[in-house]
Ligand binder design. Structure first.
Ligand code: SAH
Length: 215
């Protein structure tokens, strides 16, 4: 299979045609080897617009949602970004090419290890991974210009608002266990928060202290 051709088709059909028009996002997603982030048996499906299993009952998000969340983050290249839910590492790889530093938290150690290996193999050395409950954020490196949460939360954890820089954007799916609304919360220069709902979506649950319980 010619992955470069499949990737170009994915970008055209699932991103550009659906309104993603930031050329930097199109370039990065047209270049990154998404198939390396999924199991070998699923690699031929890596450029379809589906979420795919990555083990441990978790999924890599569909390309359109990755692009939409990245676009909503409005990155210029100088940002410090916090991602919650490393999973396969693909979203972190996209962010790493569009921001300065990416901090990402994953609660499942085998996923974090696998993501580290793949990210190292493609040279994403501005991605820092921590294994812990990401509902607490990653306080040591705050404040963040962008916090991007890739698991569905019952409510917006206050920790994320506290760790957001003035002018910063929090992109987070919020709502029910199986379906959520993708929300962008912006911390205004006067430290008030402004919130917009972007699209309905379906993420695996954010599990932890300020998320869903694990049982
Ligand atoms: N961004 C990922 C998608 C991951 S799916 C990618 O590009 O592949 C969501 C991930 O969030 C899962 O790996 C899950 O284990 C993780 N997760 C769920 N709750 C979490 C929490 N409280 N802290 C850190 N990671 C969490």
């Amino acid at each position: 299979m010619d992955y470069a051709v499949a990737r170009r088709r994915m970008v055209e059909k699932h991103l550009v045609k659906r309104g993603i028009n930031d050329p930097r996002i199109i370039d990065v997603m047209g270049d990154l080897p998404r198939h390396k982030f999924v199991e070998e048996a699923l690699q031929s499906q890596a450029y379809t617009d589906y979420a795919l299993p990555i083990g441990e009952k978790q999924t890599i998000s569909q390309p359109y949602i990755v692009a939409l969340m990245t676009e909503a983050a409005q990155l210029k290249g100088t940002e410090k970004v916090l991602e919650i839910g490393t999973g396969s590492g693909y979203q972190a790889a996209v962010l790493s090419r569009l921001a300065e530093q990416v901090y990402t938290v994953e609660r499942i150690v085998v996923l974090a290890r696998r993501a580290r290996r793949i990210l190292d193999s493609i040279g994403c050395n501005n991605v820092h991974i921590k294994v812990s409950d990401g509902t607490a954020g990653w306080p040591e490196h705050q404040p963040y210009d962008v916090i991007l949460v890739t698991a569905g939360a019952p409510d917006v954890p206050q920790e994320y608002l506290a760790q957001l820089a003035p002018g910063g954007r929090l992109i987070i799916p919020v709502g029910e266990y199986y379906t959520q609304t993708l929300r962008r919360v912006t911390r205004m220069p006067d430290n008030s928060f402004s919130s917009e709902d972007l699209i309905m979506c379906r993420f695996v649950p954010l599990i932890g202290e300020s998320g869903w319980s694990s049982d």
